[in-house]
Design a protein around this ligand. Structure first.
Ligand SMILES: Nc1ncnc2c1ncn2[C@@H]1O[C@H](COP(=O)(O)OP(=O)(O)OP(=O)(O)O)[C@@H](O)[C@H]1O
Ligand SMILES: [Mg+2]
Length: 241
């Protein structure tokens, strides 16, 4: 589904992503972890066309996409959510989702039909007519997922859609993520809550200081000394060892 080779990103003189190479297969749920500032959101920005890597290649469904703009990448079926949610605050939940749907659907009627299907899928039908600005954090996160889903993605990048949720809301979001995989959507998921990301991912990729430091099944990554060091610091790992 996705082949990423030797992606790098610099801001000023600082390397934020360094020679990142990995693959995601169709139907997988891949978790992306790493401490604050590791480069996770930047990687999503490069994959979705918001930033450009000067090196390497990104192939999506066999096609090179690294020179395309975000709208074209989204139209090809690779869409992302934003860590900082940005609903149109003066539009209703429904119209926010219609706008997402218009990137793929031909006419307004089809886009409205799609928006209602998506609101049903994410459990927001009862909030259809609320304004974007009146939503709780949990509903803003859910709307963010709905807007992305309305573009009919094959690969969806979720950037911390579980952050700031209470246990009940968290359970609802995990259920939604599971439903998406059942629908055949491949997922690449940034999440800080370890028990959650370990539970939903088939495979995990760990970044630290812009480098891919470990990749594999959740258990292997959780036990990897480089990952423990990235999160807890060298002294802690030495003391445990
Ligand atoms: N537009 C930008 N200009 C300059 N520096 C940036 C920019 N965007 C990100 N950075 C820097 O790049 C590094 C990686 O940031 P990024 O947002 O990708 O981290 P992250 O892993 O998503 O962190 P978090 O877990 O806090 O969301 C940080 O040091 C950040 O300050
Ligand atoms: Mg981030």
């Amino acid at each position: 589904m996705l082949e990423v080779r030797d992606i790098s990103k610099w801001f000023g003189g600082n390397p934020v992503l360094h020679d990142i190479t990995f693959r995601i297969e169709q139907g997988e749920v891949v978790g992306l972890i790493g401490p604050n500032g590791a480069g996770k959101t930047t990687l999503f920005n490069v994959l979705s066309g918001f930033y450009r890597s000067k090196t390497g290649a990104i192939r999506f469904k066999g096609e090179e996409i690294s020179r395309l703009n975000p709208e074209d990448i989204c139209r090809k079926g690779l869409c992302r959510t934003f860590q900082i949610t940005k609903p149109f605050s003066n539009l209703t939940v429904f119209n926010n989702v219609v706008i997402g749907a218009l990137s793929r659907e031909r006419g307004i009627r089809q886009a409205e039909k799609k928006a209602d299907e998506i609101l049903d899928l994410v459990g927001m039908t009862s909030k259809r007519d609320l304004l974007g600005r009146s939503l709780t954090i949990a509903d803003r996160k859910r709307l963010e997922v709905a807007r992305a889903l309305a573009t009919s993605p094959d690969l969806l990048l979720l950037d911390e859609v579980m952050a700031g949720l209470n246990p009940n809301e968290l359970k609802g979001m995990i259920d939604l993520v599971k439903r998406l995989t059942e629908l055949g959507i491949t997922l690449f998921v940034i999440e800080h809550i370890m028990t959650v990301i370990m539970g939903i991912s088939d495979r995990i990729i760990a970044l630290d200081h812009g480098e891919l430091i470990c990749e594999g099944p959740p258990k292997k990554v959780a036990d990897d000394p480089k990952v423990l060091k990235a999160y807890l610091g060298e002294d802690y790992v030495a003391a445990q060892g």
